[in-house]
Design a protein around this ligand. Sequence first.
Ligand code: HEM
Length: 367
Amino acid sequence: EPGLCRVEPLGAYGAARHEDATAILKDPQTFSSEALAVTAEPPWIGPNPVARSLLTKDPPAHTRLRALINRAFGASGIARLEVRVREVSERAAEDAVRQGEVDVVEAFTHVVPRDIIGHMLGLDPSTFPHFKRWSQGMAGITAAVTPAQQEECRSVVREMNVALREVIEARRRQPAEDMVSDLLQAEVEGRKLSDDEILSFLFLLLPAGMDTTTQLLGNALLTLARRPEQLERARADQAHVPRFLEEVLRYEPPSQLSFRLATRDVELAGTRIPAGSLVLGIIGSANRDERVFDQPDLFLPGRSKGNQHLTFGYGIHFCLGAQLARLEARIALEAFVSRVRGIQLCSPTVEWIPAIASHGPLSLPVR
Ligand code: HEM
């Protein structure tokens, strides 16, 4: 149907069509990311670096930050990680498969992105087991109501602050071949990133780089369990894995929504949106738009007209980690499928992550 839909209980305007979702993401002047920062920084939390990160900036501040960060995040940085991605994937796949009956989220899909982001951030491996709690604490800020919940969020911000500031200090004293050292050196038109800007970026990367990739891998393994013919093809031909993953990205996107705030009264697809309204690009729906995808409800790896899904967003905020996420997922999946002949779900029902904007299994027991 033409027009936008209302998304309750958020009271938001939702763009379910590919064209309308794209129109929102293309126009940061009208549909702002910056105005959303307030929800990530309620008065009880104090300064929250994520609320001041790249993700919640509009041009021109976004343009400058992204240019500086791009340098440290380019193709050579990703290539530098490939060997480690393979090592971590092989080890985690070996451990998971050896267990026989295993929750693959706990043992595998979480472990690979967690160790890679931990390594990218330059954190000590002894801190990696804290990452799940840290990212839950960051995600919980918008929903925390009880004093205990709020205190947990505050302590997560404190712990992350200490750990990440230590890394920045250490790399300033002694630069290494890594992202934080690159960020400290990055310079555009004579300007460098401030420590607070670097800290905000590192705070953002931890959940942005870990949770979504965990969900992608969980959705991929679930798809392989439910479609054994896809597992057969992936085992027989490694070239099938990237095509398969691209279709998992379209069909089961980990990020379901892009949030923006309307900065003025505006009309989109025949719907009037008052200034100040919350506006959503509904990625999961746009990815099934029959005007863009033939037979959108069929799972068809290697789509002949390409795969213009919006899973990594669109426009100026397009996911910085898209190539890294694809690399991690491809290598992790290769490591897993080469070790199993079949994937059987222990239960016919899947326990999903309980959040409207995220899509992935919370746990996935298989044998
Ligand atoms: C932005 C999805 C993996 C870092 C985004 C956006 C989406 C997204 C939809 C745009 C948000 C918006 O427009 O409001 C995903 C998915 C991933 C993934 C589905 C995995 C399957 C990663 C990884 C990293 C990363 C691995 C880094 C290690 C970022 C950053 C931004 C971003 C820094 C902000 C870019 C900006 O504001 O300019 N991601 N992401 N993401 N992502 Fe990802």
